[in-house]
Design a protein. Structure first.
Length: 94
């Protein structure tokens, strides 16, 4: 399968959904489960996964069962933490 076209301007809501789902799971997720949880079609998901991987926020690993699983990197965990803090500081009403 060829690489997806690169994202020019990623939607931060999609990025946040992917990072949040991986953070909540706290274990590598099957790509298809993550795609469903991200609420985007598979072609769009592939673009985001490629972008997130290129930024060092997630990694994709082949597992012994033949499936690919996605996990947060340390940088991804930090990015998620910072995104949540930013939302709390500037978006949330108290």
């Amino acid at each position: 399968m060829s690489s997806p076209e690169p994202l020019e301007r990623p939607d931060l809501y999609v990025v946040a959904r992917v990072l949040e789902r991986l953070w909540r799971e706290q274990a590598p997720m099957l790509k298809t489960r993550l795609q469903t949880a991200s609420r985007v079609n598979y072609d769009v998901f592939r673009k985001y996964l490629s972008w997130l991987t290129s930024k060092g926020l997630v990694e994709v690993n082949n597992c012994d069962d033949g499936h690919e699983r996605v996990s947060l990197t340390v940088e991804g965990e930090e990015a998620y933490r910072r995104m949540v803090q930013w939302v709390r500081d500037f978006i949330s009403t108290r």
